[in-house]
Design a protein around this ligand. Structure first.
Ligand code: APR
Length: 245
């Protein structure tokens, strides 16, 4: 164990993940050359205005992604599994703050997962605010299981222009952690892109970026490792569990 880890035994670890960690499971990222936003316009499918204008178009987009996720061949990969191992074996707290709306972290054994951009396998009612599980197709004629009114259900995801979920809790754990790990995110979207600076301001924590290529905020990290998540994440987690950071 090195100096930092000895200072506060078992400090908490916060892991921010993005679409890159699920790429090798067969889920597209957003901004890579073959990414989702190279095929679909954000303004057509991922804003409250798009939903107000053409809800069926928005449902079609998320229904296709939900069907893809529910399809048998999409399974967690070695990077997800390594984070499940970290939570199980690290004596301090481990929280995965994910921008991803898939359920691969949970399927890989992570329990402490905070979906700051929502979850694809959940819906929310615009009339009664109830949330419910959803693995099938959604449409304007589907009634809310709680208030039974049709036309108000929307994917439980955070669209552009909306506030991400549980931001107060996220900033609290960022300020108290000993290690901030960022995996598979391009650092283009705020407020997640600002987490590393927030951790640095809070002082003390070690910060590391694991990604295929440098993100927008790469220079802010104490440590950077580049490569495919299924290769570099298990190796880095092994290092943390055996020698700290
Ligand atoms: N292993 C590691 N990193 C990878 C891999 C891989 N196999 N494949 C791609 N990456 C990296 C890319 O280099 C890129 O930096 O993952 C990152 C994905 O970046 P984005 O597509 O921008 O995805 P993300 O950062 O998660 O986007 C943030 O934007 O579109 C919104 O709400 C959406 O949550 C999303 C948010």
């Amino acid at each position: 164990m090195n100096e930092k880890t000895r200072e506060k035994p078992n400090p908490g670890i916060v892991v921010l993940t993005g679409a890159g960690i699920s790429r090798e499971s067969g889920l597209d990222t957003f901004r890579d050359a073959d990414g989702i936003w190279s095929r679909v316009r954000i303004e057509d499918v991922a804003t409250p205005e798009a939903f107000a204008r053409d809800p069926e178009r928005v449902h079609e987009f998320y229904n296709a992604r939900r069907a893809g996720l529910a399809a048998g061949e999409i399974v967690p990969n070695a990077a997800h599994a390594a984070l499940g191992r970290l939570e199980a074996e690290w004596p301090g707290g481990v929280l995965v703050v994910t921008q991803n709306i898939d359920d691969l972290h949970e399927r890989a054994g992570s329990r402490n997962v905070l979906h700051m951009h929502g979850e694809l396998l959940k819906v929310r009612c615009g009339f009664c605010d109830a949330q419910a599980a959803c693995t099938g197709d959604l449409g304007v004629d589907v009634a809310c299981p709680e208030c039974a009114v049709a036309g108000g259900l929307r994917p439980h995801v955070v669209w552009f222009g909306e506030m991400p979920l549980e931001m107060e809790r996220i900033y609290q754990v960022l300020e108290g952690c000993g290690l901030f790990l960022s995996i598979g995110t391009s650092g283009n979207v705020w407020p997640a892109a600002g987490f590393v600076a927030h951790v640095k301001q809070a002082g003390g924590a070690h910060t590391a970026e694991l990604n295929l290529e440098p993100s927008e905020g790469a220079v802010l990290f104490d440590e950077t490792l580049y490569g495919r998540a299924t290769i570099i994440v298990p190796a880095y987690i092994e290092k943390i569990l055996t020698a700290g950071w």
